[in-house]
Design a protein around this ligand. Sequence first.
Ligand code: G3P
Ligand code: MG
Length: 376
Amino acid sequence: MKFGPLGTVLRWKNRAPLPSLRLFSLLHSRSSFGIAFDIDGVILRGRVPIGGSPQALRRLCRDSGALKFPFLFLTNGGGIPESRRASELSELLGVNILPSQVVQGHSPFKNLLKRFENELIIALGKGEPALVMSEYGFKKVLSLDEYASYFKNIDPVSQYKNWTTEKIFNSKANTKDLVPRYDVLSDRVKAAFVVSDPVDWGRDIQVLCDVLRSGGLPGQENGPQPPLYFAADDLEYQAAFPSERLGMGAFRIALESIFNRIHHNALEYTSFGKPNPFVFKNAEAILRRLQPSCHDGYFMDNGNTGSNSFETLYMIGDNPLVDIRGAQKAGHPWFSILTRTGVFKGKENHAEFPADLVVDTVEEAVDYILKKESSF
Ligand code: G3P
Ligand code: MG
């Protein structure tokens, strides 16, 4: 391996055939490495593949479409169920992606099912946050859009908005008496989940402040704050615009600053997503399950917990504060690779959270990994 200034690794120019990838060639039953790909700024910008991502991913799959090496997507984004994200990625990238290969910021919310399964909860963010939570099994979930629509005048500037919000009512055909699906005017919200990047920040901050300071019933006296969960805490992310966009972390700061000014108790919340080490532990467990289930050398989601541990797990990301910091916190066997296709655009390595390797694109990262793994 050749190292450049500040730990950057000089790129190999030529692609050599990969004669013997370690353990895989020995056993035809497991890989000694796995890869976690960040999505925004590494694989896609908006809906456009970047950095040679389709070619890179194809190198990890067999012609049949089955996995050659275990890999998954570890994104702080979301807003649609994992199964739908998997089909979307398969279509955009031209490789077959299983739902179990998609871990989104909100995926760990399913672990809170036991606590809130039958409680009234609200979910907000772009896409279909309520559908995401319903698919996780939550029974009484309303999107913040729908929830707010039952409170007349809760948004004092709604008449100035030239977009419309959809109301879903439990109405019989042809009836004019529209009834909310849950008794939102007396049933307290027990928890609020920020599933994906909020769309209408002003309205969402207003309604969240109402829900959180009233103890779950807007317009009522102050009460104990219901739990608030964020899928991630990214200050910025790349997206399709040339400069970074404000992410869920920016929304959290805005909400927190305002809430703490209008309420005597500071906002309490829990943020999921990278860089939390448990996200990487969970990714490792999923990658183990993506190991082969038989000795024909084919990798698939076999549903087993998998006992073999990896020698190296690669995290390929564009955001030093989130992806690289997360892999660093997670420690062995994580190895971080920073691309220049997203949030990070520096020439050398990131000063505060230097990656183990810096490359221009995800294609270079995969090339590096396959060469390194074949040399053992
Ligand atoms: O909204 C998406 C963004 O916060 C991060 O996405 O794929 O870079 O983790 P990703
Ligand atoms: Mg990213």
